[in-house]
Design a protein around this ligand. Sequence first.
Ligand code: GCO
Length: 257
Amino acid sequence: MSARDLFDLTGKTALVTGSSGGLGLAMARGLAEAGTAVILNGRDEAKLAAAAQALAAAGHQVTTSSFDVSDEAAIMAAFDGFDRAGTNIDILVNNAGIQLRKPMVDLAADEWRRVIETNLTSAFMVGREAARRMIARGQGGKIINIGSLTSEVARATVAPYTAAKGGIKQLTRSMAAEWAVHGIQANAIGPGYIVTDMNKALVEDAKFDAWVRGRTPSGRWGMPDDLIGVAVFLASPASAYVNGQIIYVDGGMLAVL
Ligand code: GCO
């Protein structure tokens, strides 16, 4: 296979959860530009429709599937819908997630559970449904979980997010352990500080903004498009022998003190 063909995703279908904006939409657009038919997911149907319209206007194959990634029944129903439509998910990007910044001593158990369910359990449930079908089809597949710098290190006031993203790293390894034999490569991307709606308050905080720029060797915040190259790599034949890894796209922040 030529080096160019190694990154060709023509004929593949990708489901990207939490893709009506931010990182998910950027990765969905990148996968579409590499030849993938993309299924966008999100809970806000209007935002989802607008995102799909923009990708379709650019000539890409795009559909939407609006389900709550923390709701097992909704996930099963969505995949039943894919089955009925004859849609095979070749690539799954478990991107959906929420952030909740609060000291642990003030955190309610229900708040903790909501973050864990949305950021970690969702990746297990959606991954399980995708893997069941990839294994049955016998043609392998790609699972890309979205971790974080907090898969490795912690900062105060984001404990449930950090615990969930640490879990994403180990869930990714577990997926590799059980599903590699079926030709499925499960890997993760660990974004650094990226300019997204989730981080709006941080970007607009002059002190935090200065800290990110000073603490990041590249001297800048990441942008959602900075993730596209690694997403296409992990979704393509180029990563056929890469499994259970997490690749940090963080401007070097984790690499230096
Ligand atoms: C925070 C941020 C981080 C980033 C990202 C870093 O409050 O520290 O939300 O969690 O979103 O995950 O990798």
